[in-house]
Design a protein around this ligand. Structure first.
Ligand code: KIV
Ligand code: ZN
Length: 542
């Protein structure tokens, strides 16, 4: 049996999904869940990219040092620059086992247009940085990293001879893992096999081969598995397939394909397997969906809401007679139980806090208080509260805490013969200000329907109507969290700063869809305001 290592990059490549941002606390919650699921390596972030990310990676490394991640390795990404490597070393310092992941593009198009360097310069940087990472030591003399991984970005569009040269340089300088990314999701299973086999022939050695596939043509999982069939020992992937553009290979697909088709997906006849406990898949997927704000498409393989639903009469009949007629895996295998009814309006704070912890969230006392208050408010209107309701409530809290604007009241007038008009009042909190005694700002605005009118009124208060800056609505959607007429509506909004193009997301939940929509919009506006305030601009409502 050949063990395939699962390298999860949800916290790094997954965070590159437009509109996704994980704070340090959220990253730690996801890391703990990934370690529980049995992930071999967690790519915790890219420390040189921002102080916030460095802090988040350090938090995960610290948890690892305290034994909270078991044997899972903590990896940090770095460009081929010594200062990036230094930042990675500092961030993973406390980890029980650490990895440096250094990358540089090797395709001619990237070298010429992005990096503006020659092939020789590229090889020189690889030699210099891999050697630097391998020899860097802490003050006590121990190596800064337990292992070094080298990635040749855009490898599948790189001249195969030059790719081999780049890999040879990295291997000679001591990289123990060589990663071959299909950065733009361009390759095919057959072609990828040829690339990897050719590379191994040209550069034999003791390094472990890894692959990292993007999903632009929907082939990320197939390409990753084809690579494992011809000797790749590590697969890089993300939960729910999050990631740049069309995303990365989805972890749940890799794990279940290796399991369900262990008869067919083999390396020279030998069975391939991984350490992931499939029973953790559903909870891990839901936590990532909740913390990223990116819902899983209903038809998504393995974790989509319809993955085990049988709509047509013929299929239902077949499944009732024998599940195997239309089901190739059992819902229980991936930890999918019925949407459990856990709490009701009489449940106490303690039970609520316990349940949120079981679902993978770590909230401090103030967070539990705030989320529990929302839970009580909603439980009053809704007969039963499920895990999905709790995820939605905590998700809204995490998105909206420490914001500038909070909904006080709203009134909407709309109908089929009149233009919709909204009157919205927001509490305007001073940065770092107290809970009470904050001013209230009120604005009225018309719109194409009640939601648009309410968003326009919020824009006026926040100065996003062009008076201080301008935002554009990128997407807006509302879904029912559970079934029934009293279902909680979860609204998700994305806005874009007209000037910088930065995208901000927000979400809100309520049994009233307009209220959920305004809360979601405020979540996004609060992040936009924070960005502007950080850039030293004044809010007009002050
Ligand atoms: O897609 C890619 O090439 C990457 C590298 C940094 C590994 O994400
Ligand atoms: Zn990538």
């Amino acid at each position: 049996m050949i063990q395939i290592q699962i390298y999860d990059t949800t916290l790094r490549d997954g965070e590159q999904t437009p509109g996704v941002h994980f704070g340090p606390r959220q990253k730690l919650d996801i890391a703990l869940r990934l370690a529980k699921a049995g992930v071999d390596v967690i790519e915790a972030g890219f420390p040189a990219s921002s102080p916030g990310d460095a802090e988040a990676v350090a938090g995960i490394a610290e948890a690892s040092g305290k034994g909270r991640l078991g044997d899972t390795v903590v990896s940090a990404l770095a460009r081929m620059r010594r200062d990036d490597v230094d930042a990675a070393a500092k961030a993973v310092r406390e980890a029980r086992r650490s990895r440096l992941h250094v990358f540089i593009a090797t395709s001619d198009i990237h070298l010429e247009y992005k990096l503006r360097i020659t092939r020789e310069e590229c090889l020189q940087r690889i030699r210099d940085c891999v050697a630097y990472g391998r020899t860097l030591c802490r003050e006590d003399g121990r190596p800064a990293f337990d292992e070094v991984e080298f990635s040749a970005e855009d490898a599948t569009r790189t001249d195969p001879d030059f790719l081999a040269e780049a890999v040879r340089c990295a291997a000679e300088e001591g990289a123990q893992i060589v990663n071959i990314p299909d950065t733009v999701g361009y390759t095919t299973p057959d072609e990828f096999r040829r690339i990897l086999t050719g590379l191994r022939e040209k550069v034999p050695g003791s390094y472990r081969l890894s692959v990292h596939c993007h999903n632009d043509l929907g082939m990320a999982t197939a390409n990753s598995l084809a690579a494992a069939e011809c000797g790749a020992e590590q697969i890089e992937c993300t939960v729910n397939g999050l990631g740049e553009r069309a995303g990365n290979a989805a972890m749940e697909e890799i794990v279940m394909a290796l399991r369900v088709r262990r008869d067919a997906i083999r390396n020279r006849g030998e069975e391939l397997s991984c350490r992931i406990d499939p029973h953790e898949i559903t909870e891990t997927s839901r936590l990532v969906a909740s913390l990223s704000g990116i819902a899983v498409a209903p038809n998504k393989a393995v974790v989509g809401a319809n993955a085990f639903a049988h709509a047509s009469g013929i299929h239902q009949h077949g499944v009732m007679a024998a599940r195997g007629t239309y089901e190739i895996m059992k819902p229980e295998e991936i930890g999918l139980n019925a949407n459990t009814i856990v709490l009701g309006k009489l449940s106490g704070r303690h039970a609520f806090a316990d349940r949120t912890a079981q679902l993978g969230y770590t909230l401090d006392a103030a967070g539990i208080d705030a989320a529990f208050a929302r839970f009580k408010e909603i439980a009053d209107k809704k007969s039963v509260m499920t895990d999905d309701d709790i995820r939605a409530i905590v998700g809204e809290y995490l998105d909206s805490r420490e914001g500038r604007y909070y909904l006080e009241t709203f009134q909407i007038q709309s109908g089929n013969h009149i233009r919709a008009m909204a009157l919205v009042s927001l509490i305007v909190k001073e940065p770092g200000g107290s809970e009470e005694g904050n001013p209230v700002a009120t604005e009225a605005a018309p719109g194409e329907g009640p939601v648009d009118a309410a968003f326009n009124a919020v824009n006026r208060i926040a100065g996003a109507d062009g008076s201080a800056g301008r935002v554009e609505l990128v997407s807006y959607g509302i879904t029912a969290v559970t079934e029934g007429t009293d279902a909680l509506g979860e609204a998700k909004v994305k806005i874009r700063d007209a000037e910088s193009g930065t995208v901000f997301s927000g979400r809100g939940v309520s049994t009233d869809v307009i209220k959920a929509s305004i809360k979601a919009y405020l979540g996004a506006i609060n992040k936009w305001t924070a960005m502007r305030e950080a850039a030293g601009e004044e809010s007009p409502a002050e």
